[in-house]
Ligand binder design. Structure first.
Ligand code: ADP
Ligand code: ADP
Length: 237
């Protein structure tokens, strides 16, 4: 369970990006967060992995209170929370498989991963993640040789290789054309349904939210303006 209690984030400089958010997300939910640029979507999902700690109120992820964690607890939180980005954030010079193995970095001892000494087990986990997004055949291709949609699938596989309990996706389809966007949303939905991973996705557009989300959260000016089924989200967000 993820629980926001009057969660507020005021950035240095004075912008209040989240303003007293109260929200509970149950294990296994697929939630889409919508709102205009600047509404606070990125900030909201970044509080969940501790990248942006709340400056007021609290955010709980399971039994952890983000913002009250030791460095070690914060590392453990981030290991449990996979992240998917708008611009994929792959290392272009290396292979798809190496990119996915990077998802394992916080799950294996540093010296082994630094030397690239991946064991057979690690490679198996990475290949299985590639199978989920149906791109195993590209495992030994350089990441830069893939299309945008394929790169995002690798981004998803990298997050899955980390064996997370929560997946966060910050505008994962904002750089993709409509058919590719649907394909990426379908993979995220499938992963949520089949693997039960709690999933939070930020989207610019309500149409995709309506189609894929069980639950839509609308933000405006850092406040919660809607929380309900996608079909009812229309005018309110
Ligand atoms: P988005 O499409 O999510 O609205 P932005 O262009 O607003 O993206 O933000 C891109 C990056 O710049 C993010 O990492 C965000 O945290 C950071 N950022 C946005 N606004 C500011 C600001 N006023 N001061 C410093 N960093 C900012
Ligand atoms: P969204 O993802 O909905 O576009 P953000 O969470 O990126 O919204 O931003 C919400 C507000 O916080 C915006 O006004 C943005 O400029 C500001 N902001 C975001 N990141 C930073 C930052 N690192 N420093 C200062 N202001 C920021």
């Amino acid at each position: 369970m993820i629980r926001f209690e009057q969660a507020t984030v005021t950035y240095p400089g004075g912008v209040t990006a989240l303003d007293g958010i109260d929200l509970e997300i149950a294990d296994g939910e697929f939630v889409v967060i919508v709102g205009l640029s600047g509404a606070g979507k990125s900030t909201l999902i970044r509080t969940v992995n501790g990248l942006v700690p709340p400056t007021g109120g609290a955010v709980h992820v399971g039994d952890r209170e983000v913002g009250q964690l030791s460095k070690r607890q914060l590392r453990s939180l981030r290991a449990d929370v996979g992240m998917i980005f708008q611009h994929f954030n792959l290392v272009n010079r290396t292979t798809v498989l190496n990119n996915v193995l990077m998802g394992r970095l916080n799950r294996v001892p540093g010296w082994r991963s630094m030397l690239g000494m991946w064991g057979a087990e690690e490679i198996e986990v990475a290949m299985q993640a590639l199978e989920v997004v149906e791109i195993v055949d590209k495992a030994y291709v350089r990441a830069s040789n893939l299309s945008g949609g394929q790169q995002q699938r690798v981004g998803i596989a990298r997050a899955l290789a980390q064996q997370p309990t929560v997946l966060l996706a910050d505008e994962p389809v904002a750089s993709l054309d409509p058919p590719t966007s649907h394909s990426v949303m379908r993979y995220l939905q499938k992963i949520n349904r089949e693997m039960g991973i709690t999933t939070l996705v930020n989207l610019h557009f309500l149409d995709l939210a309506r189609e894929y989300a069980d639950r839509v959260i609308g933000l405006r000016g850092g406040r919660l303006v809607f929380d309900g089924p996608g079909a009812e989200a229309d005018e309110k967000v």
